[in-house]
Structure formats: structure tokens, C-alpha cells
Ligand binder design. Sequence first.
Ligand code: A2P
Length: 285
Amino acid sequence: MGSISLPMTEMTEAKPVTQTAARPVPTLPDAQEVTEVQHYTDRLFRFRTKRPQSLRFRSGEFVMIGLMGDNGKPLLRAYSIASPSWDDELEFYSIKVPEGPLTSKLQHIRPGDRIILRPKPVGTLVHDALLPGKRLWLFATGTGFAPFASIIRDPETYERFEEIIVTHTCRDVAELTYSREMIEGLRQDELMRELLGDGLDKLRYYPTTTREESPKMGRITTLISSGALFSDLGLPPLDPAVDRGMVCGSLAFNLDIKALLEGAGLREGANSEPGEFVIEKAFVG
Ligand code: A2P
């Protein structure tokens, strides 16, 4: 593995001090310090960084982040900001791809390391791109949950909608940990409890797995087509008059669910022309 040309807080036997690390460290453009790293599985981790004071963003947007590449040029990828806009820090949720140019290195960051963060947030998974509605469906697979981690911690979400349903489909149970812990945490948070209503059921969670036994199995697309999603939740089928959707997952997932939403009469929206649902690809994969 090539070495990261960033100052690491610590050198291990597995990662000896190399020529690159010993050279004077170039000033990183838009450097931000990593404050926390948590690994969930050998494929998934979350990390937090300090937030530039000037960085304003709308919940659900993404920024370009990365590391200095071996060639001395920034190696950047789009990452949804998983933290809400009121948070002092920024949070990101990432896959680890063994051969991935960025994530093969990014997975080794530790608190105190610095990453590059271009402070220009953009994106479609924002409230402004949706017409007003009653019920908000957040459909995620894998790391596609990241923008929704921001949206479900934003009070505006609960002001705009009467009910928010988060579906998260992963291969196995361990991959659901990030979303499950976050939703459990919100239900116990004093301030969030006020937003979630008396029964805390304003935010509903519908996790499913496809490759490991769990209480609910199957792709969410299959569960929509069969009607199981709606009967499980005691809700009527999708209706463009009341339902709004945000979608974030792999390209194949996005295309399949887009067809289902359009089949139910919902139209895709954008910042320039709000609609009944919006879609963004979960970027790093
Ligand atoms: P499956 O296991 O049947 O492929 P990944 O980890 O590969 O990004 O996938 C995350 C989850 O998304 C998996 O549970 C996977 O199911 C599911 N998935 C992948 N493609 C689609 C699709 N086109 N429609 C619905 N779910 C999908």
C-alpha cells in the first residue's frame, strides 16, 4: 500500500516512516482535523471532523473530501454530510473499498489526522427540492443512509412533515448498526423527543436485510411492489397528494425505485423545480 502524504499522528510497524512522510509536509488545502473515528464492519466506518466556521449547508447536501494522493494532487470524492446543519462538527459515513483509491487510505485515518474538505456544499436531497407534503419517505441502501442521518436530525424535517419513514436496506444486520443506533439515540434525546411526538412515532424506522436473517428481509423495492412495506406499517400505498420521497443508494437501486415512485404518480424534483421525490447516488462505492 502506498503511504499517505499527510502527517499521521502515529506510525505503526505496519506503516513505517517512509520517505514521503519524512519530507516536509506540504500545506494541505482546506485541511480539517479528524476528531473521531468509529468502525462498524470491515466495510463501513464513520468519522467526524472539525467544521470550518464559514461552512453553511442544507441538511442532505454533500461536499468533496479527500486526502493528498501519492502524486501530490488532492484525491477527492463526493461525501454526503451526515451531521445536521446545527452541529459544531461534520460527520461522514463511508464504505471501505480495499482497492478504492481514496477509501483504501481514508479508512486508516485517526483523530488528529487531517483531511481535505472543499467547503462548497451542493445536492438534491434537500427540503427545498420537494413540494410540501404530509409524509416523507427516506429510502436508503448501504451508505446511502448518510444524507438521511443529517435530515432526520434537522428540526425542519419535523416541521414540514407529519410523519417520516426511514427505510434502510443492507446486506447484513451489522451494516444496519449506524442507522439503528442513530434512531435509538434520537428517541432518547430530550430535544428530539419533543419533535418526535408523544409516542415517538413521528419518525418510523424500517430496516431490512438481503443476505442475512433478520426480522424483515428483502430488497425495499420488492417490499414496495408486493405491498408488504405498506401493510407492515399500516399505511396506504404511495399517493402523490400526500407522499414525498428521498432516495439514496446505488445506481441500480436508484433506477429501480425511481420507476416504482413514478409508477405511483410521483414526479422527480430538483432545486430549480421542486417535485414529489428526489434522488442522489450514494457516491463512494
Ligand atoms: P442484494 O443483497 O440483494 O444485492 P451494496 O452493499 O451492494 O451497496 O447493497 C446494499 C443493499 O442494497 C443490499 O441489501 C442490496 O441487496 C440492495 N440492493 C442492491 N441493488 C438493489 C436494487 N437494484 N434494488 C433494490 N435493492 C438493491
